[in-house]
Design a protein around this ligand. Structure first.
Ligand code: SIN
Ligand code: MN
Length: 202
């Protein structure tokens, strides 16, 4: 049985899981996803644009505006979200230990100064399914908190090809990204970082 390289507060970290060729294949697939579902900056419920640009693939996409966080069946353009690329589904099938297929692949694009505040992934109908997260491109300082907001945290650097799994007890753990190390990877032509999170939504 393959094993995660590290478990921090129940969160599995599979360091260097994806070979570079597979990372490049996923990036190529994502270029077609983004061509039909362009990246956009969602507004926080306070009305401020997020520093991370986003789009989605799958039956649902994650969305936010003044009305709050939710899943929606269409890109803001009105088009259906494109399908989740097979190479991404393969990661879910290999590591999720879950019978169901993911409904959403949220694509987060971090630019030089992008960050993501501490939050939990709690917009799904059920928390019995894991969240599988794929890091591509520049390294990110990933902060892991607790099941409630606040308290002591631990940070780990996530590098291109690393996979993170939140499941069981850690499924609703607070987490966020403090910063990226811009230019630390040459996977993406213009630098930056892409993070994919796969979720079962309904
Ligand atoms: C997220 O929590 O949505 C993103 C996590 C990451 O970028 O690694
Ligand atoms: Mn999250």
């Amino acid at each position: 049985m393959p094993m995660p390289s590290k478990i921090v507060r129940g969160i599995e970290i599979w360091a260097e899981y994806l070979p570079e060729a597979e990372q490049r294949r996923i990036v190529a697939d994502l270029r077609s996803v983004v061509a039909s579902a362009p990246l956009f900056s969602p507004l926080t419920p306070y009305g401020k644009p997020m520093s991370v640009k986003m789009t989605s693939a799958g039956r649902y996409g994650w969305f936010s505006d003044r009305r709050g966080y939710r899943y929606v069946a269409e890109h803001p353009s009105g088009a259906a979200w494109p399908p989740i690329p097979d190479a991404v589904i393969r990661v879910w099938n290999a590591l999720s230990r879950c019978e169901r297929q993911p409904d959403c692949c949220l694509i987060n694009y971090y630019r030089r100064n992008s960050k993501m505040g501490m939050h939990r992934d709690s917009d799904e109908a059920s928390f019995e399914y894991p969240v599988v997260s794929i890091s591509l491109g520049d390294s990110a300082l990933f902060r892991i908190g607790n099941l409630e907001r606040g308290g002591k945290t631990e940070s780990v650097w996530l590098r291109s090809g690393d996979i993170v799994i939140l499941s069981g007890e850690s499924r609703l753990a607070y987490h966020g990204v403090d910063r990226i190390e811009f230019g630390s990877s040459d996977l993406l032509r213009n630098g930056g970082r892409v993070n994919l999170t796969l979720r079962v939504v309904d």
